[in-house]
Design a protein around this ligand. Structure first.
Ligand SMILES: *[C@@H]1O[C@H](CO)[C@@H](O)[C@H](O)[C@H]1NC(C)=O
Length: 324
């Protein structure tokens, strides 16, 4: 293989063999090409639930050396197994939403536990990566953002569509471990478990919240970033406590390095109420009564001028990460 593409990154893939006496975790290294597809070489085409199931099919088949996986809006995707002969023809095409993955076995394992670690191992393109969970052989497909803020790498840990604000995964505080589609990252209904949040936090220094990332990316409007040492969402339990933000912006009202008030308890999700004149950040002009920002939405306490809650289709996105 001599694929001369800049978009080469490493990832680890695994298979688990069960035997009567013990379990062996067999791992392989792969090169993942996001938004690429190898044309005209598949010897077998199947439908699998997720990229992990597709890599299992490839690893289980001795003739398979790589595969294309088509990420679709559904959880099912086309999985095309490719052999060495086809692979050597090297006809890679750009195709959005696809992933081309070359399997290569190796003992020299490098297993990223967060997107920041994936960056440190050479990952540069934003997209889906296999990230190790709490145990050796547990891998999850996760979304990594390396491009919205130069110098930072972010792992998406939760995302909620505003239209899903009645759903318990959006209401349940970070203090509780609630999962939603934790194997299939998406913008509307996604939340990883608390144990996995801790794993990712271990190699992260900061967290951030973005509003409608798929549409706006990061332009620092309706955005916040804070260091875990100043506010750790997984542990935070307080009512209107002033916590230092790196930066916070609500509807254009912003400050850098100031404190803002935060609320979370074992019943209520982490929220900043922008009508409350607390801490250095204070009240945001034009706030409605109990206006909730960055989560903790209920029926009438939201503002359509805030991007996270401007329409039923707006999304609020939570990330853990750090400087590269
Ligand atoms: C931050 O505040 C300044 C002045 O108060 C404003 O001009 C700017 O547009 C705000 N930035 C964002 C991204 O909203």
């Amino acid at each position: 293989m001599q694929l001369k593409l800049a978009k080469i990154i490493l990832s680890a893939i695994f298979i688990l063999f069960h035997s009567s006496r013990s379990e062996f975790c067999h791992e392989a290294h792969g090169l993942i090409y996001n938004d690429q597809i190898l044309i005209g070489g598949n010897y077998k085409s199947i439908i699998t639930r997720g990229i992990l199931a597709c890599s299992h099919k490839c690893l289980a088949d001795p003739t398979c050396t790589s595969y294309n996986y088509e990420r679709s809006t559904e959880s099912q995707g086309a999985c095309e197994l490719i052999n060495e002969e086809a692979e050597s023809k090297e006809v890679l095409r750009e195709r959005k939403g696809n992933i081309f993955n070359v399997i290569s076995f190796s003992n020299n394992l490098r297993k990223p536990r967060s997107c920041l670690q994936a960056w440190n191992q050479g990952a540069r393109t934003s997209g889906f990566y296999l990230i190790q969970g709490r145990t050796e052989c547990l891998f999850y497909e996760m979304y990594c953002d390396f491009s919205s803020e130069p110098g930072w790498a972010w792992t998406l840990v939760m995302s909620q569509g505003f239209g899903n604000r009645g759903n318990s995964f959006t209401k349940s505080p970070f203090l509780k471990g609630v999962l939603k589609n934790q194997r299939t990252p998406n913008w509307e209904k996604y939340r990883i478990g608390k144990g996995r949040m801790w794993v990712i936090k271990e190699s992260s220094s900061h967290w951030r919240v973005t509003c409608d990332f798929p549409n706006f990316g990061v332009d620092f409007r309706d955005y916040l970033r804070a260091a875990f040492q100043n506010l750790n969402p997984i542990k935070f339990e307080a009512s209107g406590k002033c916590c230092k933000m790196d930066y916070i912006d609500i509807r254009g009202h912003n400050c850098t390095g100031c404190t803002a008030a935060w609320w979370q308890n074992d019943q209520r999700f982490l929220t900043h109420f922008s009508d409350q004149d607390e801490c250095q950040f204070g009240k945001t002009p034009g706030s409605g009564a109990n206006e909730a920002n960055f989560g903790g939405y209920w029926k009438s306490n939201t503002n359509i001028a805030f991007r996270c809650s401007s329409s039923e289709r707006s999304t609020t996105n939570y990330w853990f990460g750090g400087r590269v």
